[in-house]
Design a protein around this ligand. Structure first.
Ligand SMILES: Nc1ncnc2c1ncn2[C@@H]1O[C@H](COP(=O)(O)OP(=O)(O)OP(=O)(O)O)[C@@H](O)[C@H]1O
Ligand SMILES: [Mg+2]
Length: 215
């Protein structure tokens, strides 16, 4: 089982949107997915309440319960746990990074988002976890994406898939759906599937390296 934590100190960048949509995409790809919502704002839980389908399962919990929840998820046969965190630096964030096999750091291509990243990266590095940035809420194309990619690459790896700002994300969320369910043939769905495939490959490599290390 793999634990994927969504983290950045910059509020409103897209942690919850990515966690929900990637969990649904992972489910579509045949993975048993569990979302753990550590944010007291509970926006992920509110999405789950609007949802007709039970999967991916979602549980809201406090940081102190995270370790046990991850253990339980492994015993119950989940394949991937998606941990959504609050948009502030607090103990819950450190706990979620500590529990992670991999951290995904969403970042909009804007100066305030870019400025917030060194602090987030410092926390992830201190806890010695692999991570990558993913550019989100971007324009469809243009120099801003390229500049942001170059700026972030100085701090750490950048996922080669960009998530464009699209109404489908907001409309799907309002209906308790992921974009791959809401508009299966849409551009948002294609980007999220591509992002999931990149992450799945990355998680496989991490699992493989861990096994080789143990052998
Ligand atoms: N790719 C996107 N296209 C359009 N809207 C988006 C996209 N990603 C996120 N949003 C919207 O931006 C807003 C903030 O996103 P989200 O709630 O995922 O951020 P967050 O990082 O979880 O915020 P917080 O720090 O408050 O928990 C939401 O209204 C969401 O619908
Ligand atoms: Mg959120």
């Amino acid at each position: 089982m793999a634990v994927l934590t969504f983290v950045t100190q910059k509020g409103g960048s897209g942690k919850t949107t990515l966690a929900l949509n990637l969990a649904v995409a992972a489910l579509e790809a045949g993975r048993r997915s569990l979302i753990l919502d550590l944010d007291p704002q509970a926006s992920a839980e509110s999405w789950y309440q609007d949802r007709d389908r039970e999967e991916p399962r979602l549980v809201r919990l406090a940081a102190a319960e995270l370790g046990r929840a991850v253990e339980l998820a492994a015993r119950q046969g989940f394949d991937v746990v998606f941990v959504d965190t609050p948009g502030r630096d607090e103990p819950a964030v450190a706990a979620a990074i500590r529990a992670a096999d991999f951290c995904l750091v969403p970042c909009r291509p804007t100066p305030p988002d870019m400025k917030a990243q060194p602090a987030t990266v410092a926390t992830i590095r201190r806890l010695n976890k692999p991570f990558a940035f993913v550019l989100v809420q971007t324009p469809p194309r243009g120099f801003r994406i390229r500049e942001a990619q170059q700026g972030l690459a100085v701090l750490g790896p950048v996922v080669p898939v960009t998530v464009v700002a699209r109404h489908a994300f907001q409309d799907a969320q309002g209906l308790g759906l992921g974009v791959v369910e809401y508009e299966p043939d849409g551009k948002a769905a294609a980007e999220i599937r591509q992002l999931w495939q990149w992450i799945a490959r990355r998680l496989e490599r991490i699992a493989h390296d861990a096994q080789t290390h143990l052998a």
